[in-house]
Design a protein around this ligand. Structure first.
Ligand code: HEC
Length: 133
């Protein structure tokens, strides 16, 4: 392999490594686990499925998002002025880190927030919710 080609390969690998960000894994996890209901850009589906993008509920319950993702949510809730009386199952297959990345994606990408949580904060939130649910 020529030196230039070698450098090019190295550079590409480096770029790929730099591309690893919580939000990127969050996006993939969102597509796999959430998009079927909350839709591609998080807009939800009318009065059936609440939006998770630009959603007042998300911003008002940011510290509960991790618990909602792991344990689900049911009963009447209001999102952007619409009442939803649905039920969402929990996602117990997701690890703390994966939930952290999902919360990051929802807050930063879907709700344009600058503030997000670090993994220890999310772990703390998850420990508290498992004891009450
Ligand atoms: C099978 C459909 C379904 C899937 C899949 C699903 N949800 Fe939900 N989700 C719902 C429903 C229905 C509600 C409203 C529950 C209620 O009325 O209390 C909801 C509520 C929510 C809420 C609170 C309300 C809001 O819109 O802000 C959040 C946050 C949320 N889901 C995030 C997620 C995330 C993240 C995933 C993927 C890990 C996910 N959901 C997967 C159906 C789903």
């Amino acid at each position: 392999m020529s030196k230039t080609l070698g450098n090019l390969v190295l550079f590409t690998l480096l770029l790929a490594a730099c591309d690893y960000k919580p939000r990127n894994q969050g996006k993939v996890l969102y597509e796999r686990n959430c998009q079927s209901c909350h839709m591609e850009s998080g807009q939800g589906l009318g009065r059936l499925l609440p939006p998770v993008a630009n959603a007042d509920y998300v911003l008002e319950h940011r510290a509960e998002l991790a618990c909602i993702i792991r344990h689900g949510i049911s009963g009447p809730i209001q999102v952007n002025g619409v009442t939803y009386e649905g039920e969402m199952e929990g996602n117990r297959q997701l690890t703390d880190v994966e939930i952290n990345n999902l919360v990051h994606f929802i807050l930063v990408d879907l709700n344009k927030q600058k503030e997000h949580f670090v993994i220890n904060e999310v772990r703390n939130q998850l420990e508290k919710c498992s004891s009450t649910r």
